[in-house]
Structure formats: C-alpha cells, structure tokens
Write a protein that binds this ligand. Structure first.
Ligand code: 0RA
Length: 655
C-alpha cells in the first residue's frame, strides 16, 4: 500500500482502521495460509468462501436462491435473496456492520446466533479474506427497502457505505476480481465451479444454485447456464453417483436424524459392482481423509448387518467353511454419502480433511444402527439381497487370498523381484525417479532407447489393461499387467481386514507417467489406467504422483525449419509464420502413435523434463470423479459416448 492511500484511509476512517488494514495485509503477505494456495485451487476457493456465506443464510432459513456468475473479465458475482448483510452502525468498530463484515478478518460470524456455519469450514476465512485478495470488490445489499453499496480495492473501502435508492427486493450481491499480482491462475473453469455447486445442491436440499458463464455465448446467443437443485438431497446424490451402475436393491436407504446434538444424514445403496464408494462431508466440506464420522459409519454398518445376518442364520455356510467375514465385505458394492454438521469441527491430517472429534463416532454409529436395523426388518427382501452379497464377497475374498499374498509379499529387492519387462533406472532416489507406463512393446522399446537411464524407468504394457470397474477384486490382482505395476512401483497392499490399505513406504518412483498414443485407443488405455489408479491406488493420485505425458500431434517442416505442434492452433501459427498462411511447401507429419517417432524425437518432445509438458492427474471433486469413472468404464454405452463427445480433450477427465 502506498503512503498516500494509507493517509487517505486514516483520514476517512480514523485510527481504529489501522488494525483492520493490518489484518488484511497479513492475508496478502501469506495468502496460502488462508486459502491453501495461489494457484488454480485457491482461485476457485475464493468463490466457495463467498458462496458459503449465502449457504449459511439459506440454512438459517432466509434464502432459497444463490446465483453465481463468471463475468467476462473472470470476476465473479455471487447473489442471494437472503436478509442482506446488516448495514447499521457497528458499535465497537464505529462503522457500518457491512463494512466490518467485508474488511475485518473473521468478522463474518459475529452476528450469528448459534447454528452450524459451513463457512467455519476447511479454510473458513470469510469474505474479508476474499476481499483482501481481490483488486476490486463490490457489495450490494438490498435491505429495509433500500439498496446499499460499498466498493473496495485489495480490501480497502473506496467510500463509506452509501444508499443507492429504493428497492423492493432483498439480498446480498458480491462481485470480486481476484488480484492478478497474487494469483498465478486467473481464469475460472466452468466445470470445476459447476461440480462444486452441484455437490452443494445435493448436500443442501431445497436450495437453488445457478451458474452462468458470461465469457462465452452459445449459438443461440445465450450464456452457458445451469441450475442445480435437489428436492431430496443425499438420496438423489447417491442416485446421481450410481447413475451408470446397476443397483442391487430397489430403494436408496435414507437416514436423517440427530444424535447427541449432531445432525446426521446418510444415504446409501448397494450396486452390482465391487467398489466401495463412500463420500463423507462435515459442514458441507468433503472429508476426503475420513475421520471419526466415517469410522462410526463403518462400525454401525458392520455391526448391524452382521447381527441381522446372524439372527437370521444366514452365515452358516461361511461358518462351515471356516470363512471369517471382514469389514470390507460389508462395503463391496456400497455407494454412500454421509453428511454431518459439527459445531466445532476439529480437522486433522495432511490436507486438514480428516475429522478428529471423537464424540462424533458414537453418534454416527448409533444413528446407522437404529435406522439400518429398522430398514432391514421392514424390507426383508433387500436385507436378504445385501447379506447374500456380503457372503459372496467373503467367499471370493477367501478364494482370492493367493492373489493378494502375491502383492502383499515384501517389496522386491532391487533387480530380483522386479518384473522382467521393466527397464529400471539406475538411481534409487524415489524423489528423482520416474516410471513411464508405456502403451505397447514397440513404443516401450523406443522409450528405452531415448530415456535418461539414470532417472527414467520404462514399463511397457501390452494392449488394454483390465477394466477394473467391472472386474471382481481378485481378478484385478491376478492380472499380469497390474501385478507388474504394483511390483515395479514397490507398492504393497494391506492386510486382509483392510485390503485397500496401501503401503507406499517402499515406493520407488514419485512420478508415474502414463504415456500412450494420441489416438482414441491411446485415450482409452490412459483412461483404463487412471481408473485403476483411482480405484486401487488413490493415494498415488492424492499425493500428486500420477501424470499423463503429452506427445505432439504434428511435426511441421519448411525447408530446414522443424517444429512440433500439440494442437491445431500451433499448427496454424506455423503455417502463418512460415508459409504466409498457405500450406504450400510445408510438410505436415501427423503423429498418431508414439511408435512413429524415433528415440530422439520421443525424448525431445515427450520425455525430456526440460521441454515436455506433463499433465498432473488430480481429483478436484471426488464425487464427480466417481460418477465419471463409473460412467466411462461401466456397461452403459450411451452416457459414455455423450461424455466423450462433450470432452474431446480426453485426458482432462481427471474430473
Ligand atoms: C448476519 C446477520 C444477518 C444477515 C447476514 C449475516 C447475512 C450474511 C450474508 C453473507 C452473504 N449473504 C448473506 N446474507 C445475510 C441478518 C440479521 C437480521 O436481519 O436480523
């Protein structure tokens, strides 16, 4: 801030505002501390912070519509039809309450009387923080039949709250432009915001959330726009996630109750797949690392189903064969969403998305126990179907023991236990080592020739790997190609009790790079591999270790000039620069497969860390990723075709 601005502010607002300014200066000095990062994630997080305030107003029962607009300049407008932020003079600060909310760190909740604030969430930093990180912000409040406004620049008010005139509506409208000197990314991605708003609509039944993108108009001249609204909340959420799966029972089991003061809502269904898909939320925040609520859910589920099965003598077959049921067996083919509200959540874990409050465990356990045992008694046909599935899972797991032991055995020593097809690198430092998973033996051979022998290992994969979305769990571990991936990576899997627990302590590479042809088959193979990682090695994705290589599409030549191009825009640019817009005299080589490049070309374009572009695979929204993968890899052809047509840039399905 310049001296001059500082003085101006002091004159206008008195000495008390110095404190305020210091607060927001701290946010600008260490933005990552407040919003996680200053990249793509942090940029989108700003929107969630503002939307959360409106969600709180809706949950308090005062508003039912929230409109989010991406404006042409990548500024964002969030408007709700709530009571409007109070504008009267705040006694302690001596200025408009509106200004305090917008400019004082953590002031947002000051007027709040009880209730669970979703805005107390993951970062929960409030709108003032967004203000501090915005080169421009404007708030409009419609309240008491009057329209009020104030504007800010990097959190500093540009004038006192002023009245604009009469109005018959009410609500709050915030517009902000993220500060380009703070953020590395300043372009919003429609789908990312859409996924979060859809999720919020499912989590908060009855609230209408709209998203409009003013940056592009479709052919009919309208802006891109979607409305997210769910009448039945979690029940519809579970149906949406399982849209492409065949369900095992007729109904979504729905639990909505309050235990020891903790509101607990759960929706669950069993499908014919072998995947466990549990998504858990605390105060609308996706707790991807789980926590006490998830543990409570698992306990309640296992205990209740086991008791029902025992009481009805449905486990005798297993007992005869001396097969013990494990916790996993109760969750095979289960899709569930758990959403609870906690007044003072304790978030732990690496990404602060693991609930720590111990008192919650018993509440969720009890809620599941009561509601599920009732459901089973009232729906004996469904109960029988579920128990049969559990018994089948236990039997298959028992039979698959051998396959698992293979992957469970100690991580191979260097050389000895490694797959024969692996061309390993000489360095043993996982931080520096990379494993390329390459489509086909021929491209694998080229990659071996071209690579850095010190840091890059090559594992050629034959054709299409198993579709893990459809295969039974033991088939996954029996697959030669998949076993090779585990052993090459040095990853072992957990105990029989928790077969999904991965042991990454001997991980041999911290970059796993999928390298496939730039054609439809290559895209399919990359998707199969991503699906495998998503379902069976999620931590590898979560740790940021999974990447996709991007081979070029064209080699352009004019005389002695050669350039690689990755898209049609670059291709056109070459033609413009070297042919004056005409293709005459220009040779265009279209690469369809990696095999069409020699080892030097493959190294230069796709493998050399100095030139290559790797796309990191990330899970932006776990529920969306689940929905997308089950759709892409499932039985239904129609939604898959539609998705592929809509998402021509295939590898971007990292959801
Ligand atoms: C505190 C008190 C009151 C409204 C709000 C906060 C409020 C905040 C936001 C943020 C975005 N939209 C919002 N809508 C309302 C009103 C208290 C009263 O009217 O008695």
């Amino acid at each position: 801030m310049t001296e001059e601005q500082m003085n101006n502010n002091n004159e206008q607002y008195g000495a008390s505002s110095i404190q305020v300014l210091e607060g927001l200066e701290a946010v600008r000095k260490r933005p990552a501390m407040y919003i996680g990062d200053v990249g793509f994630k942090g940029l989108h997080h700003l929107v969630y912070e503002v939307v959360d305030n409106s969600i709180d107003e809706a949950l308090a029962g005062y508003c039912d519509t929230i409109e989010v607009t991406i404006n042409e300049d990548n500024s964002i407008t969030v408007a709700d039809n709530g009571r409007g932020i109070p504008v009267d003079i705040h006694e302690k600060e001596g200025k408009s309450a509106l200004e305090v909310v917008m400019t004082v760190l953590h002031a947002g909740g000051k007027f709040d009387k009880g209730s669970y604030k979703v805005s107390g969430g993951l970062h929960g930093v409030g709108v003032s923080c967004v203000n501090a990180l915005s080169s421009f912000m404007r708030v409009e409040v419609a309240r008491n039949k009057q329209l009020y406004v104030q504007e800010y620049s990097i959190g500093r008010p540009q004038f006192d709250v002023k009245m604009l005139g009469d109005t018959n509506s009410q609500g709050t409208k915030v517009t902000f432009l993220p500060d380009k000197t703070i953020f590395n990314e300043t372009v919003y991605k429609y789908d990312v915001l859409a996924n979060r708003l859809r999720e919020l609509a499912f989590l908060n039944a009855g609230i209408k959330l709209m998203l409009t993108d003013k940056r592009e108009t479709s052919e009919d001249g309208n802006f891109k726009q979607e409305t997210f609204y769910s009448k039945e909340g979690l029940k519809e959420f579970v149906s949406y996630i399982d849209e492409s799966r065949e369900s095992l029972i007729d109904n979504v089991i729905h639990i909505s109750t309050e235990k020891n003061g903790t509101p607990v809502e759960i929706a669950m269904i069993y499908n014919t797949s072998y995947n466990e898909n549990i998504h858990s939320y605390v105060n609308n925040i996706n707790t991807i690392e789980g926590g006490t609520h998830l543990t409570g859910f698992r306990r309640g589920l296992t205990r209740t189903l086991k008791k029902y099965a025992e009481d009805n003598k449905l486990l005798e077959k297993l007992e005869k064969q001396k097969i013990e049921i494990s916790g996993d067996d109760f969750r095979e083919g289960l899709t569930a969403v758990i959403s609870i509200k906690v007044a003072e959540p304790q978030f732990e874990g690496q990404t602060k998305t693991k609930l720590g409050n111990s008192e919650v465990m018993g509440s969720v356990d009890m809620a599941v126990g009561e509601a599920l045992s009732n459901y089973l008694e009232e729906n004996p046909k469904d109960a029988r179907t579920i128990v049969d599935k559990v018994v089948l899972a236990a039997t298959a797991r028992h039979a698959a023991r051998k396959a698992r032991e293979l992957v469970q055995r100690k991580s191979p020593l260097s050389g000895g236990g490694l797959p024969g097809k692996l061309a390993d690198c000489s360095s043993k430092d996982p931080d520096k080592c990379e494993l390329f998973l390459v489509e086909g033996d021929s491209a694998g051979g080229t990659a071996k020739q071209g690579r850095s022998r010190e840091y890059q290992a090559i594992l050629p994969l034959r054709g299409k790997i198993l579709n893990v979305e459809k295969a039974m769990p033991h088939k996954v571990l029996e697959s030669e190609e998949i076993k090779n991936i585990y052993t090459a990576m040095g990853v072992t899997i957990g105990t029989e009790e928790d077969s999904k627990a991965l042991n990454l302590s001997k991980l041999r590479y911290k970059k796993i790079i999928i390298m496939t042809d730039a054609d439809v088959d290559g895209a399919h193979i990359a998707t199969l591999l991503m699906t495998f990682f998503f379902r069976h090695m999620k931590e590898i994705i979560e740790q940021g270790y999974l990447y996709i290589a991007t081979p070029p599409l064209y080699l352009m030549k004019k005389g002695k000039i050669e350039e690689y191009c990755w898209d049609d825009q670059q291709r056109q640019s070459f033609i413009d620069r070297h042919g004056g817009g005409s293709e005459a005299g220009i040779s265009i080589q279209r690469y369809k497969g990696l095999g069409e490049m020699n080892e030097t070309q493959l190294w230069d374009t796709t493998m050399n860390p100095a030139n290559r572009t790797l796309r990191q695979v990330t899970i932006d929204n776990a529920a969306t990723a689940d929905h997308v993968f089950s759709m892409l890899m499932g039985d239904d052809v129609a939604p898959r075709r539609q998705f592929i047509e809509q998402n021509a840039t295939y590898a971007n399905i990292d959801a």
